[in-house]
Design a protein around this ligand. Sequence first.
Ligand code: ZN
Length: 365
Amino acid sequence: MTKLPFTTKQDLLAVYPYGALAVSLSDVCLILSSSGTTGSPILTFYTESDYKLWMERLVRNFKLAGIGKGDVFVNTSNQGMFTGRGYSEAASLAGAASIPVGPASPERHLKLMVELGVTSFHAVPSFALKMANLAEDFGLTEKLRLRKAVIGAETWSESTRRRIEESLNVDAYDNYGVAELGGPGIAIECPEKDGMHVWADHYLVEVVDPETGERLGEGEEGELVVTTLTREAMPLIRYRTGDVVKLLPSDCPCGLETPKISRVKGRIDEMVKVRGIGLYPKIIEEVTSSMPELTGEFQIVLSGIDDITVKVEVKRWVKDVDRVVGELKTKIKELTLLSVAVEPVEEGSIVYQGKAKRILDLRQL
Ligand code: ZN
């Protein structure tokens, strides 16, 4: 296996649009795309068999998270070409009443969830956090009937999880997917929430040293590399995901015996070296979402030679902003050993399209 070369995102971009297709276009039943978080979008293709197996994996995800018959489910993900849409149909197949709402404001989603007695949802973490903030601010926590949430497609910290769980009164599960590899449905947490179970009958996972490409062992942090085992339209061999994880022991108290990976620490291209220290946005998120005075939204701005400014949204009701800023600086210093400047901004002023963009590197400009 280690003798086989890697496949990279650049390989796929180079053969856009149809070069990565392994079957005739007439055998394809669905074409979706990656969200293009890091540049151009990449297409992903499904044959009828690919689509059926994808739905089966998403139904498994729902089963592990405890979503099924009796649930009223909302998919907050875009219903266009993005692979998060798969959860809408899979929820029906899992036995839930599925509502494919798609993109709408967090206000509209919360209103619907209260009105329709929604019990479960799928979202990206930054969107779930927006709903959590609104629920806190408008006292909606008790009015919601939520039980379970499947969340993914961005990295998110344990403190963000706690905030989402407490404010929305929900049990939140991290799940893993990559559009090029067929979207969500590669791995998901079980109720132990100690790593994600990989659906190993469809995906072979390895963790490699991102510099040397050498395979790493259990517990060693590196880049996740995935080989598809059942995809027909776009099989990929040793695909470098760019996501930083560890392989975990596969014996899980839940009884499910599959390979397990840790939750994603960050993307390799998201790690910035500042004053010799490697910094992932997730560690800043761990702090910002643990402080009730902040919305949890943040952006890291790098400028000058190695100056870091952390922009954070302060909640409207906060009077002593200076104290909050001081506390945040101390906490970041404790965790990262880095002294940072903090720029408090108004609630709702950090905006981006789709997935969260956490780092603005102005150093090269
Ligand atoms: Zn388990």
